[in-house]
Design a protein around this ligand. Structure first.
Ligand SMILES: *[C@@H]1O[C@H](CO)[C@@H](O)[C@H](O)[C@H]1NC(C)=O
Ligand SMILES: *[C@@H]1O[C@H](CO)[C@@H](O)[C@H](O)[C@H]1NC(C)=O
Ligand SMILES: *[C@@H]1O[C@H](CO)[C@@H](O)[C@H](O)[C@H]1NC(C)=O
Ligand SMILES: *[C@@H]1O[C@H](CO)[C@@H](O)[C@H](O)[C@H]1NC(C)=O
Length: 152
């Protein structure tokens, strides 16, 4: 009789350990995804070219830029006509741990010069809106390498 009580206790502890392991695994999966560092650097380099007077970007500038609204498809920053600087991210890569910038709008902010070369590194873009700026020169050849592009 005593040994069956002990067995039950061992079984209980075993179940408890399994539960804790499962919780730890779930916590790992839920770790917030982070933006691809090459894409983040590219976007920041493009932003550096904007005039001082340009509006604040409508994405998270204090934490990961693909966190919050940029990765939350309930809020369409990109499609909002009042937003001039907006991105949208897809954070499903590598088991929901890596975010890629899929839409970029830099519109009506007096960005001048050629189309920025850094855009080359935003390889996952499907939408790019550079309307109403002061861009000059021809469309660079590297745009042809952005093979996910659906709308420009
Ligand atoms: C940026 O991310 C931080 C950390 O996740 C969060 O506390 C903050 O509210 C976010 N800000 C915006 C504007 O989304
Ligand atoms: C590009 O962005 C501007 C500013 O939000 C918007 O007015 C325009 O409709 C956009 N172009 C397209 C085709 O989405
Ligand atoms: C993604 O998650 C699944 C299920 O949790 C796992 O089997 C797989 O090994 C993971 N893949 C990577 C690349 O981490
Ligand atoms: C693209 O990213 C690579 C490293 O990830 C960097 O060496 C290169 O300078 C970047 N290209 C441009 C045009 O910014």
């Amino acid at each position: 009789m005593k040994s069956s009580g002990l067995r039950r206790m061992i079984q209980f502890h075993f179940a408890l350990i399994l539960l804790l392991l499962a919780a730890a695994a779930a916590a790992q999966v839920q770790k917030a995804p982070t933006t691809d560092p090459t894409e983040e650097a590219a976007l920041n380099a493009v932003l550096d070219r904007l005039p001082e007077a340009a509006p604040r970007p409508r994405w998270n500038t204090t934490s990961d830029l693909c966190s919050g609204a940029a990765a939350d498809n309930r809020i369409d920053l990109y499609g909002d006509p009042s937003s001039k600087l907006a991105i949208e991210c897809d954070c499903s890569d590598q088991n929901n741990t890596v975010c890629h910038i899929t839409r970029l709008k830099i519109s009506d902010v007096n960005m001048a010069g050629n189309i920025p070369e850094e855009l080359r590194n935003l390889t996952r873009l499907t939408h790019l809106n550079l309307s109403k700026n002061l861009l000059t020169g021809s469309i660079p050849l590297f745009i042809g390498e952005l093979t996910s592009m659906q709308y420009m």
